[in-house]
Design a protein around this ligand. Sequence first.
Ligand code: URA
Length: 261
Amino acid sequence: MDSQLDWHSARALLEWQVELGVTETISDTPVNRYDAAAEAVAAAATAATIAVAGAQPAAGMDPVDLARKAAAGAADLSSLEAAMASYGHCDLQKGARNLVFCDGHVGARVMVIGEAPGRDEDLQGKPFVGKAGQLLDLMLAAIGLARDRHDDRAVYITNVMPWRPPQNRDPTPAEIAMMLPFLERHVALAQPEVLVLMGNVSCQAVLGKRGITRLRGQWTKAFGLPALPMLHPAYLLRQPVAKRDTWDDLLALGAKLKGQA
Ligand code: URA
């Protein structure tokens, strides 16, 4: 059997591995994992000994505190994006191709906060550009809003997490906590009038609550602004019957923008 891979097979294998979540190539030569496991156990034992002996993380090194400081130092949106790019304490960054910061019009009355980039968003570096994003655009268009407008019908879009989690898993509470100060600053700098919280992760991060099927359609307050939790468009793709509820929520959003709610 010819052990040489041709270019196309090698590329197909590589793409398959990336789809499975491989984020780093380590070396060209095989590694004996049994030896590596023994070393890891020894390293963990040393770390545990140090911990028992009372070693603490250096003062001021709490990732959430560091995020707060970095976010507070950003005077405008491009500095905020740069601060997020150089933050360096969220491991999701290592596996992502791009930092997904925003799309739409700065100064829009409506700011949509989604969960986290998926594959398409990671590739393009923009939020909501895959199938769920196409449905989001249709939902917004149903009440006359669009991300490519620059007037009072414009929309600004971001996510709780700027990096794609592997296999599109939900971000962990620790990952959410460390990115939350950046999101709060993002809202303050973008200055929308209302927030739309898309899905459970967004509600968990911003409101500290899950249960989107109960929360949806109920106006609440977040970061000092009126906020409307809505079903995530990815959920609507799986459960089209729920689009009826979302229509009610879109009408509620439209009414709020017209000052009727
Ligand atoms: N889902 C989200 O919540 N955000 C995106 O950017 C894409 C899909």
